[in-house]
Write a protein that binds this ligand. Sequence first.
Ligand code: 6PG
Length: 468
Amino acid sequence: MNNIGLIGLAVMGQNLALNIARKGYSLSGYNRSRQKTDEFINEKVKDEKIYPYYDIKSFVESLEKPRKIILMVKAGKPVDDVIQELLPYLDKGDLIIDGGNSYFKDTNRRIEELKAKGIYYLGMGVSGGEYGALHGPSLMPGGTKEAYDMVNELLLKIAAQTESGPCCTYVGNYSAGHFVKMVHNGIEYAIMQSISEVYDVMRKVLKLSSEEIGNIFEEWNKGELNSYLMEISYKIMKHKDEKTGRPLVELILDEAEQKGTGKWTAETSLDLGIPTPSLNLAVVGRALSFFKEERTKISKRVQRNYPTGNLNRDEIIEDLKNSLLFAVFASFSQGLWLISEASKVYNYNIDLSEVLRIWKGGCIIRARILDFLREILSDDKTNINLLNSQKSISYLEEKLESIKKVTKLAKDFYIPTLTINSSLDYFFSMSEANLPANLIQGQRDFFGAHTYRRIDMEGIFHTEWEQD
Ligand code: 6PG
């Protein structure tokens, strides 16, 4: 009898299987196509106790009870299909863990459907790509605590290890795990977009080569900006194409693809009424990038008058660094706020500080700044967007002149900076007591009698504006 089963032997599934087996567990593997299973067993598996199965029945029967089965299949219908295939062979008390990027509402539905059959279900965010799956991912499991306890020990062992512990915790009830992973990806999109905007200013304003930008990013990665995304960005900037010898990044088509998690984050933020402009604009940025043909046509119609005069290269680089730190902070602030609201609305019972801790290793958004964010939160647990603290305000205000200069510079050079702009506007909005929404309320009341409240007296008011 094997300790655990894994279905879906694409690269992530293969690597997770190897990781589990290398921690001393015996594993049954199954994949819909036999060929993939055989390739994996023949080419990747050495001494690990990984055993292939070619039909669901014998796969399930090979597992010790209560059975624990990890699904590493594509989000959406394939998850439902596999569950349906498994169900006839499962017993009450068995556990299914979905390790894909499933939409959190699907996870809620599956938890309910399986609960009715006595089957436990965990929705588990897995971050860290192929490398993370093999050497230690960040794991975000959610569902019932009872279900989590069945695999707690195994998950803690296979997760990335940091000085503040393994990057896995019981995230919370229902689809809490997949929700947190979704927002992780929303933040991921925003940071990627911000780094790309900084790159754009460097190449178009400072006329730096990819190699030079790579060197700057590499330097930044040694300091406050230290993070996985900074690290891969400097490596990408320096990578030379084998065929042409040119920096490969310059040869990649500028159309950013997406699989949906960033869009779900943006949609959910609108549903829950939590402002996450940097996360949302990062999705918009990808959508804009996709219209290459239209952009190219329109670009031929516009007249541009670029500023002349000397630029202080070192000063601009410093301003860009500060702007990036500002945008990264704002992105985490928005993401945490969204998680916190969802935790209330959906009764997830998520500990934000634990979320920050398990993002410290293994995952795509791991970054040095997470320690600082945890410190801010530990000063005041109710400071869910991190902004209501003197530490945060000083941190952002120290960078304010830089980000103001960068947004202005970008505009002077006609460079879109969607997430950097929106991070600044988020801060301006959140630190402004008086927004012009009073006029919006007046307009709503004017054309639709939607009523408004007043600052000088209690009650709901409506005005016959035309008579004024
Ligand atoms: C991770 C990544 C991972 C994946 C995303 C990328 O945490 O390991 O987020 O889940 O790379 O699917 O998403 P897009 O294809 O939408 O960019």
